[in-house]
Design a protein around this ligand. Structure first.
Ligand code: EPZ
Length: 419
């Protein structure tokens, strides 16, 4: 098990190339189960979550080859029963359900367990499958779905906290091979949903409206192989922008799509940072003083919950009172206690953090609890006095490709040590 040591006080300057999107690559890799023919996916990031997905595909019988960022999958003969041992390691495994049901008419996957970021049921996924005519049963922690004949339907995927990203992906993938037309209302509008729909359409699917709240899928008899390049990771890009805001002078992200980052760029601009964008580049320049913010997370195109922790880290060192509310995962504040160990002044009130800015944070040993919380602690360490020690960094490797190397390339001093 590694830990990371962050030497605070170094100024960041330079260019960072953004990797392919984790949250796009995962459902796209699952979608390769929809055809017997080979699929080739480019810009797949080197992350432990991706490794889990590739292991699940192999366990289901697919041939999987990987050469640096390109993955080739051929799911000619597959089973429909995913092994608990792997599925339990990653919630996103749930997105193999749609492809298996669509292609094989049945699937059995273990119900995702608890998650530190909050309650994460899959009732909307199952509601979508039942609307398509599937029979769903949950027994001894396993979801079993039988769907000998999927039929097009109208279904709303609106939940208590808005739409569901992987739920929209799952129902879209099952409906791609259903008989007739399916309309998904209150669909998730995330760029990752659009990227998946683009890949499915390359496989011969007939999907319109992805990226809007209403997606129309005309089912087809079968899908063929396809080649696709995954979009850049907007959350990785957002994380580097906050790193630049916390400890940077002038940082440019390359292969980052500004249109996907608007909900992050706007508040950074309001906070006083100078931002320049072009087709696939974003530059952030420190501008002296910072202003406090009021942030509310929402489904896309709102401010992403996956950027909430990182922004909290920035606002702990921003003069004045900031208010951050997470409307998607109201309990997603595991980073707060650790930031307070570094001297932050934060009150938690339900799903809202009230942050009183302090001039400086102090380094301290801290514990990572989940992917984005661990990124927030790393960012806080960049500006803290001394050496911050982050434990359980396996969380960060789930979603960031070589984040320590990339930060060191623009002036940080971060070490990874074995314990
Ligand atoms: C995706 O998870 C992302 N994961 C998450 O990123 C991200 O936080 C989340 O979307 C929201 O943006 C991947 O894409 C692999 P949801 P997902 O279903 O699809 C409730 C990261 O850091 N809900 O959109 O699982 C749910 O509890 C990860 O990279 C139901 O009530 O999230 C939550 O409050 C963490 N019933 C809200 O909806 C359901 O059936 C949004 O969840 C499904 C969800």
């Amino acid at each position: 098990m590694d830990k990371i040591l962050v030497h605070g006080g170094r100024k960041l300057a330079g260019r960072v190339r953004i990797s392919g999107s984790k949250n796009s690559a995962l459902p796209i890799l699952a979608a390769t189960l929809l055809t017997k023919e080979p699929c080739v996916i480019h810009r797949v990031p080197d992350l432990s979550d991706i490794h889990y997905m590739l292991t699940i595909l192999s366990e289901l019988g697919a041939e999987v080859e990987r050469a640096s960022g390109t993955v080739r999958v051929r799911a000619e003969n597959i089973t429909t029963d995913a092994p608990y041992e792997i599925v339990r390691k990653m919630r996103a495994s749930v997105c193999i359900l749609g492809p298996l049901i669509g292609r094989e008419g049945e699937a059995s996957v273990s119900l995702p367990g608890g998650c530190v970021i909050g309650d994460r049921p899959i009732d909307l996924h199952l509601k979508g499958f039942e609307a398509l005519g599937a029979a769903v049963s949950v027994k001894s922690g396993n979801v079993r779905v039988l769907a000998p004949h999927l039929k097009g339907t109208n279904v709303s995927l609106r939940g208590k906290f808005g739409s569901t990203v992987l739920g929209t992906d799952n129902v879209m993938m099952a409906a791609a091979l259903a008989d007739g037309i399916t309309i998904i209302d209150s669909a998730a509008e995330e760029p990752e949903v659009v990227d998946l729909a683009n890949f499915l359409n390359k496989m011969g699917a007939k999907i319109e409206g992805a990226g809007s709240r209403r997606i129309v899928i005309e089912g087809v008899k079968e899908l063929h192989g396809a080649e696709h390049e995954v979009i850049p990771d907007r959350i990785e890009a957002g994380t580097f922008l906050v790193a630049a805001a916390i400890a940077g002078v002038n940082v440019t992200l390359t292969r980052a799509f500004p249109e996907h980052l608007k909900a992050v760029l706007d508040p950074l601009g309001q906070a006083g940072f100078h931002i320049e964008t072009s087709a696939d580049q974003v530059t952030l320049k420190a501008n002296g003083s910072r202003k406090p913010l009021r942030l509310d997370t929402e489904p896309y195109p709102g401010f992403p919950t996956d950027m909430q922790a990182q922004m909290c880290a920035l606002l702990t060192m921003t003069d004045g009172i900031s208010v951050v509310t997470d409307n998607v995962f109201p309990q997603r504040f595991m980073h707060v206690a650790e930031l307070k160990r570094m001297g932050a002044n934060i009150e938690l009130n339900g799903g809202t953090a009230i942050i009183h800015g302090v001039p400086k944070l102090e380094a301290a040993p801290v514990m990572a609890s989940d992917l984005r919380a661990s990124a927030a602690l790393l960012l806080a360490g960049l500006a803290a006095d001394g050496v911050t020690e982050i434990n359980r960094v396996y969380h960060i490797d789930r979603g960031y490709e070589r984040i320590d190397d990339k930060l060191n390339d623009i002036g940080a001093q971060i070490e990874r040590v074995k314990v």
